[in-house]
Design a protein around this ligand. Sequence first.
Ligand SMILES: NC(=O)c1ccc[n+]([C@@H]2O[C@H](COP(=O)([O-])OP(=O)(O)OC[C@H]3O[C@@H](n4cnc5c(N)ncnc54)[C@H](O)[C@@H]3O)[C@@H](O)[C@H]2O)c1
Ligand SMILES: O=C(O)C(=O)C[C@@H](O)[C@H](O)[C@H](O)COP(=O)(O)O
Ligand SMILES: [Zn+2]
Length: 371
Amino acid sequence: MTVKQAPHQGHLSRIRVGLADRSYPIYVGRQLFQQLPQLLPNLPKQLCIVTNAVVAAHYLANVRDQLGPQHDVLVHEIADGEHAKSLTTYGEIMDSLIAHSFNRDCAIIALGGGVVGDIAGFVAATYQRGVDFYQLPTTLLAQVDSSVGGKTAINHPGGKNLIGAFYQPQSVIISTDCLATLEQRDYACGLAEVVKYGIIYDADFFAWLEANQQKLNARDAQALNYAIQRSCQIKADIVAQDEREQGLRALLNLGHTFGHAIEAEHYATWRHGEAVAAGTMIAAEYMRQQDQLSATAVERIEVLLQAFALPTRAPRLSEVQWQQRMYRDKKVQAGELRLVLPTGIGAAELRTVTDWPSVWSAIAAMTESSR
Ligand SMILES: NC(=O)c1ccc[n+]([C@@H]2O[C@H](COP(=O)([O-])OP(=O)(O)OC[C@H]3O[C@@H](n4cnc5c(N)ncnc54)[C@H](O)[C@@H]3O)[C@@H](O)[C@H]2O)c1
Ligand SMILES: O=C(O)C(=O)C[C@@H](O)[C@H](O)[C@H](O)COP(=O)(O)O
Ligand SMILES: [Zn+2]
């Protein structure tokens, strides 16, 4: 990681996602939207900013000002919330680009959380077979996870992220001061994905999170900056080794086979990070029941998630609902479930699981009001 000094604005860190001719930088620092002209010097004339009203109210004017009058800027605001990550919204953005005669040398800028980033990225991947794409993530979850790595997607009534593409951005600009306006519940969702990195990849980071939970809950700038940088570095390392999820990258899906089932049944009430937290507990409990993860490790995971005010129990779904949702997961191969399972703190494996009753037993143990 190279660290450069940016005058008057503290440190600017640069993390590289190494993907040959598709490599790109992730910049992390404060007040980075003020530095857009320096960080993004080669933007084309036509720019489409995809955002939503909540984010626009806080950050759009500044971003537009910084881009300057030399660009034709089209702003497309989508509705707020997971339901906006839909084919309908995707079609509306496409209609807008076409109506405004956007050419193949335009660029799409995602200004918002994971919902905005995922749909804007899928638009960029598919408009005129692919146009440049920049990520300006404004939630913690987007800053530590969704803006990095090139998974773009929209949901289908049949399940989460079922339509999408791997499509890398040109760069990611993480302005950490955006987190000051984020609601507590959304902030906690980001911490769920941060905890994930500790569980799957980095025991020392997990221990650091345990030791710094109060600072993180208080949004201490230094602690947050480290948590964001470490998370992005881990994701960049993994993506650089396995961009299209042939193996290692699947570990980033810890808790997601369960979590996506919860979300798809309860979009209105469960957020992604919350569902991932509850799903992570099911994966951990499954391994405990198999005698492949200690009760102490399960407890450490639960205590940390709870310290970040995240749910550790799943809502009640029927066994059929669980099965139908989980068998639509993109990791399913030849009709068989593949789950990311923690083997310790700092290590996880992708395993084919054929014994549904054992999976059901873990789900039952980790469902609300079951203890
Ligand atoms: N592509 C990936 O690799 C990846 C990784 C993880 C999650 N995801 C996806 O990301 C989505 C969840 O992302 P999310 O948690 O950011 O949710 P989100 O995009 O819905 O944002 C959460 C809420 O915060 C608001 N918001 C955004 N920035 C704000 C700010 N700075 N201040 C105040 N409010 C702000 C939004 O308007 C929204 O109401 C899910 O669809 C999930 O599937 C994708
Ligand atoms: O980047 C990845 O790879 C991930 O799996 C990150 C996840 O946190 C994220 O939620 C992702 O969108 C899930 O991907 P999916 O392939 O299960 O839809
Ligand atoms: Zn996720």
